[in-house]
Design a protein around this ligand. Structure first.
Ligand code: NOJ
Length: 564
């Protein structure tokens, strides 16, 4: 057998138990859709606490809560009106403290989301900025500029926001403010020391309440150079993104994170952070380094097909990046921004839209740009999703699981225009169906008005097929996806090994096999033909084996045996 070392960890402790975040399994909770305790159809903090047994039993090391702060929900809570409070619809700070205590009592850490690029337009700073008028200190916390054209009635530039439409909005006195995302999300001015100081206060506020770490939203966009004259969109697009680009991935953003690092390290144990940074791979280590945020998301698997060559390339590349930064890699198959992976793998590929997600469902049809309506093969999607998950969970580094994927949940397509919430849908005038389909409240029971999500309804419509994916049904079924995740996560703890792997030659391009240093071995069949195994001591499989062979779309784990 031929082995090949892919990654060696340098500089940081390698022992799996030493720093939980290096190889932790983290469950992302989208609080408004996890569990509702008070019957307002919106998930809440007490709802999460009420499901603490479920979270413990899942076998994760940490939960990451997407924003639960006061918000007008223009962008699912990523429009924060107050960074140091809980949305009253989701509970109180006392509820939050209770959740932290409950998680910690079960040995589960908690990571919260920090959204520093923009506030909500409901934030008191923005309201002050509107009242105070041009030239005021209040406006200096944001990025206000004069318009162009007669009376400044045209926006300062032709820039477009991430959610579609212009990136500038005009206020009553005629000035314009920059919003890289929704109109209701004005960008902050990170050149302003007051902005910097306030986020330090926020990080301390949550750290003092016992939060173990932070997920940093659009970490690559905080600092900007808006020196006049502003460049046009095409001029900006033509510039290299090399650390000096006016708008994204600027080197000086790491000055912000160096200050944050001092905050994190002033706690015992140090607080952790993970960057959501959509940057060129060569620049990821800057965010993941110990001097900056310490870890960065790797989203490559979100964008990949179920394909051996792509998966292998992604693993090799990201272990190399981890080696460069001294951090560990992260792996993500699903999150609150993309089509769930059970669905992605059940659709034909490579039919992808420009954003990298495959297709979005509208009404009853899956629509690929170009007008084709592909058929979703649910069974195939689920088999592949389970296989990909077992592959991911065995990789060196941290694995992120998005609520509901442990049930094998599919994207919900059956959401009418009147029920949609995502600004992407509205800003694109309905051509991009947005992210609501992966944010539908979870089914806990097979019946009831909201499948046990809460006493009265769910804020996004749940389809009838949710019954089959309910926790209630899956708990009672040893072959369910939930049972598989529970067994896999429990075993993963026992099997966890130093942060490297060696590839084992399989003689087939469509079958990947790798081994961790303690001999934990993984084989995934991405192909169309069964793969005959040379071992019969499987510990766990994502689907049934077939007379000693690994069927297509299946992964098997073997226990330690051959070490290296
Ligand atoms: C990234 C988040 O994941 C996404 O949900 C949000 O819309 C944008 N950042 C803007 O905050």
């Amino acid at each position: 057998m031929q082995t090949q070392f892919s990654s060696v960890v340098k500089g940081w402790a390698m022992e799996p138990t030493e720093e939980w975040w290096r190889q932790g399994a983290v469950c992302q909770i989208y609080p408004r859709s996890f569990a509702d305790s008070n019957g307002d159809a919106l998930g809440d903090i007490a709802g999460i606490t009420s499901r603490i047994d479920y979270l413990e039993r899942l076998g994760i090391d940490a939960v990451w809560l997407s924003p639960f702060y006061p918000s007008a929900l223009a962008d699912g809570g990523y429009d924060v009106a107050d960074y140091r409070d809980v949305d009253p619809r989701l509970g109180t700070l006392a509820d939050f403290d209770e959740l932290v205590a409950a998680l910690h009592a079960r040995g589960v850490k908690i990571v919260v989301d920090i959204v520093p690029n923009h506030t909500s337009d409901q934030h008191e700073w923005f309201q002050e900025a509107l009242d105070a008028g041009r030239g005021s200190a209040a406006r200096e916390r944001y990025l206000f500029r004069e318009g162009t054209g007669p009376d400044g009635a045209e926006p300062p530039t032709d820039w477009v926001s991430m959610f579609g439409g212009p990136a500038w909005e005009r206020v009553a006195d005629g000035q314009w403010y920059l919003h890289s995302f929704a109109v209701e999300q004005p960008d902050l001015n990170w050149a302003n020391p007051e902005v910097r100081a306030d986020f330090v206060t926020t990080l301390r506020f949550w750290s003092d309440r016992g939060v173990d770490g932070f997920r940093i939203d659009v970490a690559h966009m905080l600092t900007k150079d808006l020196t006049e004259p502003l460049l046009s969109r095409s001029e900006l697009d033509a510039l290299p993104v090399d650390g000096l680009h006016p708008m994204v991935d600027r080197d000086d953003v790491h000055e912000v994170y160096a200050e944050w690092r001092r905050v994190f390290d002033s706690y015992d144990p140090p607080r952790t952070a993970v960057a959501e940074a959509w940057v060129h791979r060569s620049r990821v280590p800057l965010y993941a380094s110990r001097d900056s945020l310490g870890q960065a998301f790797n989203f490559d698997l979100l964008l990949a097909d179920f394909d051996a060559a792509q998966f292998r390339r992604i693993v090799v590349d990201n272990l190399e990046l981890a080696e460069q930064s001294g951090s560990s890699s992260t792996w993500v198959l699903s999150n609150h921004d993309v089509v769930r992976h059970a669905t992605r793998y059940g659709l034909p590929h490579p039919d992808r839209d420009a954003g990298g997600a495959p297709v979005r469902k509208h009404g009853t049809d899956w629509v690929i740009s170009g007008g084709v309506d592909p058929v979703l093969d649910r069974g195939r999607g689920e088999r592949r999703a389970r296989a990909a998950t077992l592959f991911m969970l065995a990789l060196p580094g941290a694995s992120y699981i998005y609520q509901g994927e442990e049930l094998g949940l599919h994207e919900v397509a059956e959401i009418g225009p009147e029920d949609r919430q995502d600004p992407t849908f509205f800003r694109s005038e309905g051509t991009d169906y947005g992210r609501d389909g992966c944010r539908v409240p979870l089914p806990w029971t097979a019946s009831g008005s909201s499948f046990g999500f809460g006493p009265d309804g769910a804020h996004l419509p749940q389809p009838p097929w949710f019954a089959d994916y309910s926790v209630e049904r899956e708990e009672a079924d040893a072959s369910s996806t939930l049972s598989l995740y529970r067994r896999a996560l429990a075993l993963r703890r026992e099997l966890q090994s130093a942060e490297r792997l060696a590839w084992v030659d399989t003689g087939r391009d469509d079958v990947l096999r790798f081994r961790r240093p303690n001999g934990w071995e993984v084989v995934t069949n991405f192909g169309l033909l069964p793969f005959v195994l040379d071992r019969d001591d499987a510990l766990l499989t994502s689907g049934p084996l077939d007379a000693g062979a690994l069927p297509p779309d299946t992964t098997v784990w073997f226990g330690p045996g051959n070490t290296y």
